[in-house]
Design a protein around this ligand. Structure first.
Ligand code: GLA
Length: 389
């Protein structure tokens, strides 16, 4: 469901309330800089024009009542006892945000919320961040009208909800992109300092095509945590030479190459190498994009995928097949996996005249090799979290 009038009608039917406000926060695609955010490195995500839309109205009691357009469950949570809902199957992201907002001194009162999620789940397009950020902006706006919204703080609180309340150890990229997104722009973010800059996406005759492997990401969480731990180990090794460093994002390629022998574990060395070179690629990308050089940007995307495949080892047969088949299509400047990996999506720069060939060729060969059918979306960028009516 994406029509606002239908959504309002549904809200009225369920909650018998006309006094509704509607907020939206988008999913994101990351163009470059993968597995760098939790290492204090650089990322380059863009907000999508699809996301989570939430209708909200106040209640007289102290309950947060949650419902979704595509689920039968109704969650009715007691505001004073939010921690006890940490392990529920659906609703924990929203209640986690309410909990973190209250802990940070925001007012949160009883309310009805109806969620409409348009970001495909488990596709690496940050459906969770979209839910968290839509919840956050709705609750702050409803119950703290006197406060100006600090958007960076909101992104950090949404991340905290996911880390501490839900227990998923993500970095800051997804929430930051969902809150701060801007149509026709990517966001160049330094995850160590949270300094950021918008980078216009002038694609000319090209479009970004997202291809969904439609593979269930079963290993994603455990492998994600394993990679984080390996990076921490790498940092400990490097600290023997550079005791003052606090994260891998502080190390340049030159420094890394001069001291890499200090990393005694070859697997850890590969993980660190990926992070250091990926950061460097993002810096190069900002330079080439500012000159409108899309084909150089495409090459950096390809290098990124190869590094995620061979050094960071988070791709798998499905993502690698999409990658290889995409590169065989004339009119493709670059392609790579996006998000955490182990399934999810690739993002490719495709000439407008080659979109149909791309879908047909990649679709057929992917089906043959994996027995899965991919989905293709021609990507449109969108605005970050906001009230829409
Ligand atoms: C997931 C996490 C992000 C980031 C990416 C990998 O999307 O939520 O914080 O770590 O994986 O770049």
């Amino acid at each position: 469901m994406s029509n606002i009038e239908e959504l309002k009608k549904k809200f009225r039917e369920i909650f018998k309330d006309d006094n509704v406000r509607i907020f939206h926060s988008p999913g994101r695609v990351n163009l470059l800089g993968e597995h760098t955010d939790y290492n204090g490195g650089y990322v380059l995500p863009a907000a999508l024009n699809v996301g989570t839309t939430v209708c909200i109205s106040k209640r007289d009691d102290k309950k947060i009542v949650l419902k979704a357009t595509d689920l039968d469950d109704v969650v009715s949570a007691d505001i004073d006892n939010l921690l006890s809902y940490r392990n529920i199957k659906w609703g924990n992201y929203q209640l986690g945000v309410a909990y973190e907002l209250m802990k940070a001194g925001y007012k949160v009162g009883g309310c009805n919320m109806l969620f409409d999620d348009a970001v495909p789940h488990g596709a690496g397009l940050s459906s969770s961040a979209a839910i968290e950020c839509a919840t956050g902006i709705a609750l702050i706006s409803m119950f703290n009208p006197e406060r100006e919204i600090d958007r960076v703080e909101l992104a950090l609180l949404a991340q905290k909800a996911e880390n501490q309340f839900v227990g998923v150890n993500c970095g800051i990229m997804d929430q930051f992109a969902s809150i701060m997104g801007k149509r026709d722009n990517a966001i160049f973010l330094n995850c160590r300092t949270l300094e950021y800059q918008y980078v216009p996406l002038s694609l000319g005759d090209y479009v970004l095509v997202i291809t969904n492997t439609n593979k269930k990401r079963s290993l994603a969480d455990s492998k994600y945590n394993e990679r984080r731990a390996e990076c921490e180990k790498g940092l400990e090794f490097l600290k023997k030479e550079l005791p003052y460093i606090t994260c891998l994002g502080e190390i340049t390629v030159d420094i890394f190459e001069s001291i890499r022998e200090v990393i005694k574990d070859p697997v850890v060395e590969k993980r660190v190498r990926h992070v250091i070179y990926e950061d460097d690629r993002v810096l190069k990308a900002i330079e080439v994009l500012s000159k409108g050089n899309l084909s150089e940007f495409g090459k950096l995307m390809i290098e990124s995928h190869i590094s995620l495949r061979d050094l960071y080892e988070v791709t798998g047969i499905e993502l690698d097949t999409l990658f290889e088949e995409a590169l065989k299509v004339k009119g493709v400047l670059g392609t790579r996996m996006t998000g955490a990996g182990f399934g999810g999506c690739t993002v490719s720069i495709v000439h407008k005249s080659a979109i149909d060939d791309f879908k047909r060729y990649v679709g057929e060969n992917y089906r043959l090799k994996t027995s899965l059918t991919p989905d293709f979306y021609v990507m449109e960028t969108g605005e970050g979290a906001r009230e829409i009516c």
